[in-house]
Design a protein. Structure first.
Length: 249
């Protein structure tokens, strides 16, 4: 039997709001998630909320987000909302925090075999640890770690350091992820593990094939291509199928 899984994501900003419907539908199709916690801005169009409400596994948190502002502000707010949602689940819950521009394809059973309380994805990149896919076993220490990550992120944004971190780390949330990990490992008895991003955080390009071994596809910056019918790769086609089904629900 697959382990019970709670998925957490945030639709904050135009691109995320346009993307997250496909993620919701991928959850319905694959059946690998028991509960999905979706944080939305109070200003989110009501039609979107009505569509999401037709998916019984989705629990929406309607929040008062600040003005959408810069990309860095949105990236920082994502971590704050993840921490908010995780603070509301029971100890022992298995949680997968995902960026909205993802599709989930398979069970996290393989991740459960790792000993880590927090599992991050690694890949060949100038920024090898990506903050868009984070798996955790929820307890007091993981909640505290996630709150620390959120506090560090919003401090960086509010003090004007977010732009510098984008060039050096690929984004303020990735810079503060590494800070929170380093700080916690030095002070708290938490266990971090890393898994291959090629399987659990596959960054999609125009020629990425559908692969049954991939758990999560990540469409970083690919929304324009996703909305271009001429791009016909199988992964893009699956995203469009999910997006269309959600919007016609």
């Amino acid at each position: 039997m697959d382990p019970a899984l709670t998925l957490v994501t945030v639709a904050y900003g135009d691109a995320a709001l346009r993307s997250v419907g496909a993620l919701i539908e991928s959850v319905r199709q694959t059946g690998v998630v028991d509960r999905m916690l979706l944080c939305l801005d109070r200003a989110t169009p009501s039609r979107f909320m009505q569509c999401a409400q037709r998916y019984p596994f989705v629990e929406m948190f309607v929040r008062d987000f600040p003005a959408w502002g810069s990309r860095e502000t949105r990236m920082g707010r994502k971590v704050v909302e993840w921490a908010y949602a995780v603070s509301r689940v029971a100890d022992g819950t298995l949680v997968l925090c995902l960026d909205a521009d993802t599709l989930i394809q398979k069970s996290v059973e393989a991740l459960v075999q790792y000993p880590g309380q927090v599992i991050l994805t690694m890949r060949e990149s100038p920024w090898p640890v990506n903050s868009g896919v984070v798996f955790m076993r929820v307890d007091a220490s993981t909640r505290q770690w996630l709150a620390l990550w959120a506090d560090l992120t919003m401090w960086m944004v509010s003090h004007g350091y977010a732009g510098d971190s984008t060039g050096r780390w690929g984004g303020v949330d990735q810079a503060t992820l590494m800070m929170a990990r380093a700080w916690t490992q030095g002070k708290e008895p938490m266990i971090f593990a890393c898994v291959a991003g090629a399987q659990w955080n596959r960054e999609v390009s125009l020629d990425t094939p559908l692969d049954s071994t991939v758990g999560v596809y990540h469409f970083k910056g690919q929304l324009p291509a996703l909305l271009t019918p001429a791009v016909t790769s199988p992964v893009f086609a699956w995203w469009r199928e999910c997006d269309l089904y959600f919007r016609e629900a």
